[in-house]
Ligand binder design. Sequence first.
Ligand code: 5RP
Length: 247
Amino acid sequence: GKHVRLINSSRRLYCSRMAEEAKKLAAYAAVDNHIQNNQVIGVGSGSTIVYAVDRLAEKVRQEKLNIVCVPTSFQARQLILQHGLPLSDLDRHPELDVAIDGADEVDTALTLIKGGGGCLTQEKIVAGCAKHFIVIADYRKDSKALGQQWKKGVPVEVIPMAYVPVSRAIARCFGGEAVLRMAVSKAGPVVTDNSNFILDWKFEHAQNWKEVNTAIKMIPGVVETGLFVGMAERVYFGMEDGSVKTR
Ligand code: 5RP
């Protein structure tokens, strides 16, 4: 038993190192290919975007680029400030040249599940304001059909007082189960940057994601869904063999 546990834990360590390397590869490739002087740039959220902001800061310093950054979350705002990059917002810059963000899962049609980090609403707003929306991910996010890789379901941001009726409506209309996301401490629900709750909808079968996205948005109390349909223009996957695959 002890032996197996040891092997499993070293395998986990190996896999997570490989995934980190893959995130970095994807992030660097996206920044190198899409960032130019005089751009307004949307900065996504999560662990992969950290590598993109590192690269962006490096490029700005080396090439003396004149850019501004619009964050998609409190985390992104902190990242921008920590790297000494110019911070802006949609009031001043409602049109972005490019937005770069991570994803929890990407299918062959470039439909995304996002919101693993709970920032889906602001991420979708910022992506929607960008001329080009670029996604960066490691090989674990690459999927033939949504649900094959990301097992936690589709995140849906909801107004707190509506979480029970919204959860029931989703299950009734589309099957599966929509579960309130709890804080790691289990002391209470996760609260988003917009002071809302998150339901994770564990769906049972593939659906028409464009229709489902629209239908869920029509339920009173729903703020936004983590389904990004027809938004991503290009995805960079960092692969296990050290290459970068684009779609
Ligand atoms: C946050 C997101 C993230 O982009 C997504 O969860 C991917 O995160 P990571 O880069 O850590 O895998 O949608 O709301």
